[in-house]
Design a protein around this ligand. Structure first.
Ligand SMILES: Cc1cc2nc3c(=O)[nH]c(=O)nc-3n(C[C@H](O)[C@H](O)[C@H](O)COP(=O)(O)OP(=O)(O)OC[C@H]3O[C@@H](n4cnc5c(N)ncnc54)[C@H](O)[C@@H]3O)c2cc1C
Length: 288
């Protein structure tokens, strides 16, 4: 590993100043992606700016909607009683990431900023229509998570910007949700397909008021299955319509073939998991 400077700012303004003042700086959160990159020389920071000294950036706030500090660990999201009560699908998605040891270090902000198409927090938060708040040299900036990812391991973040907060809209509390991650192993593995579904439907009639479907690991970035959503929104969820929407979601996926799975297998999985996910939500007795 190359030598690097280490800075631990005590507030956000100092973090931004350090980003601007140093050559090839990298922000450090939990380090579970970054340190691996450094050990393999995939990234060679000349300066590490550790965000963990900034107060108030690792909190979970609830006021109808949620505000999650970017430095909140995935484990804190998983075990938060409020998240489990109000939006359990987020807690369930968090529980699938790596192992307890990894979740104790990994932050939700780091998971989003690393920009992996297979990031577990990305798919579920994308389905939840989240907004991101960034601290920049020119003040705070807000954008939808759907604008954030630009390609494999790449985001719109500029070098002098820090993701500060993830905002989950209050309406999400009325949706039932599910997170399905399919991979060769039950733990310590990224998914070969991740599906997050949020559904607001009338249980007795099966009428869908609104659905959000996010797909992970099947495109250069996490995506929403917009065509599938359009088929289901404001319609009765018949088995035929669900099947049609699942096929539409599969068509929207543009996966690659790699050593983990072929593109065709991933597309089949999207179809099956979208149908299964909607079905499970409709038949769940315990609303999420
Ligand atoms: C054994 C193992 C298993 C894993 N399993 C999974 C898995 O199942 N699912 C999954 O999704 N991931 C998995 N990961 C990947 C990793 O744990 C997550 O992506 C993690 O959430 C990254 O967060 P971090 O805090 O460790 O980020 P870091 O490693 O500290 O940072 C990651 C990147 O984001 C940038 N960054 C971090 N925070 C900010 C911020 N607030 N603002 C701007 N930029 C920032 C950093 O500069 C860096 O480029 C695994 C990793 C390991 C080692």
């Amino acid at each position: 590993m190359k030598r690097f400077d280490y800075i631990r700012p005590g507030n956000m303004a100092d973090a931004i100043a350090a980003l601007q003042a140093n050559d090839e700086p990298y922000l450090l959160a939990g380090g579970t992606d970054l340190l691996i990159g450094m050990k393999t020389n995939a990234v060679k920071p000349k300066c590490l700016i550790d965000l963990k000294g900034i107060p108030g950036i690792d909190c979970i706030e609830y006021d109808n909607g949620f505000k999650l500090g970017a430095l909140t660990t995935v484990r804190d999201v998983e075990v938060s009683p409020l998240i489990r009560e109000k939006i359990p699908a987020l807690s369930e998605a968090a529980a699938t990431l790596g192992s307890i040891q990894i979740r104790n270090r990994a932050t939700i902000g780091g998971n989003l900023c690393h920009g992996s198409p297979a990031a577990d927090m990305a798919a579920i938060l994308l389905a939840m229509n989240c907004e991101l708040q960034m601290a920049t040299g020119n003040g705070a900036k807000t954008m939808g998570l759907d604008q954030f990812f630009t390609g494999p391991n790449s985001t719109v973040l500029n070098r002098n910007e820090v993701l500060a907060q993830i905002i989950i809209p209050k309406e999400i509390g009325q949706f039932k949700g599910i997170y399905l991650k399919h991979g060769p192993r039950k733990a310590m593995d990224i998914g070969i397909v991740n599906i997050a579904i949020l559904l607001d439907a009338d249980v007795s009639s099966g009428f869908c008021n609104q659905i959000m479907i996010a797909l992970g690991a099947v495109a250069p970035r996490p995506i929403r299955a917009k065509k599938a959503e359009a088929l289901l929104n404001a319609n009765r969820l018949t088995p035929e319509l669900i099947q049609e929407a699942a096929e539409a979601a599969s068509d929207e996926a543009t996966p690659i073939s790699d050593f983990r799975a072929s593109a065709g297998y991933r597309k089949d999985l999207v179809k099956n998991l979208v149908a299964k996910g909607i079905d499970q939500i409709l038949n769940s007795k315990d609303p999420s």
